[in-house]
Design a protein. Structure first.
Length: 191
């Protein structure tokens, strides 16, 4: 069926008028939604990870740690319970941790990497390393980059911040990056 733009607008206007006049009965859909509410075992409070607003979300998870329900947190002052389409899709994330009403809760996906990995130059496989070795290696690379660069300014390193931190955390992150001499910093807080 070929539908033109004009026909689409006509159909949309007729459907909208029919809905506003009550020609279509929406009560069966409302009854179905009321009779079949989403089911979850744990309720986790978190912050949406997609932009710098920091909207609060409530995530319902089952025993296996799968997210089965997402809604806006009405107690969060940033969004008052409203969510955009990206925030409503937080259920597609593989790893969630947060605070439920009773305790700290962590739901992990078995395929998510939760330990540091390192690939040697020329190698094709990643190998697991300890956190201490990973941090020492990163610190050594930053130090060698600062020595190579002139005036101890790191022009070979860039830092990218996150939107999930508070203003205080963003301030401390920015101070850390600047104290390392890193010039290229992109962050939501812009401190």
């Amino acid at each position: 069926m070929n539908i033109t733009r004009r026909d689409f607008l006509k159909y949309t206007a007729v459907t909208g008028a029919a809905l506003s006049l009550g020609i279509f009965d929406l009560k069966p859909m409302q009854a179905y939604a009321t009779a079949n509410p989403p089911v979850w075992e744990f309720e986790t409070f978190n912050i949406c990870c997609y932009c710098g607003v920091g909207c609060g979300v409530i995530l319902g998870t089952n025993d296996a740690g799968q997210i089965t329900y997402v809604e806006g947190d009405p107690d969060n002052p940033n969004n008052n319970g409203a969510l955009c389409s990206k925030g409503a899709s937080c259920g597609q994330l593989n790893h969630i941790e947060g605070y439920s009403r009773t305790a700290w809760y962590k739901a992990e996906d078995s395929e998510r990497v939760i330990y540091p990995l390192k690939r040697e130059p020329g190698a094709s496989e990643w190998t697991q390393v300890s956190w201490g070795d990973a941090i020492s290696d990163i610190a050594g690379r930053i130090a060698s980059t600062r020595i190579v660069d002139s005036n101890y300014c790191c022009t070979n390193i860039a830092a990218l911040g996150t939107a999930k931190d508070t203003n205080e955390e963003c301030y401390l992150y920015t101070k850390l990056i600047r104290s390392l001499g890193i010039l290229y910093l992109e962050h939501c807080a812009r401190l």
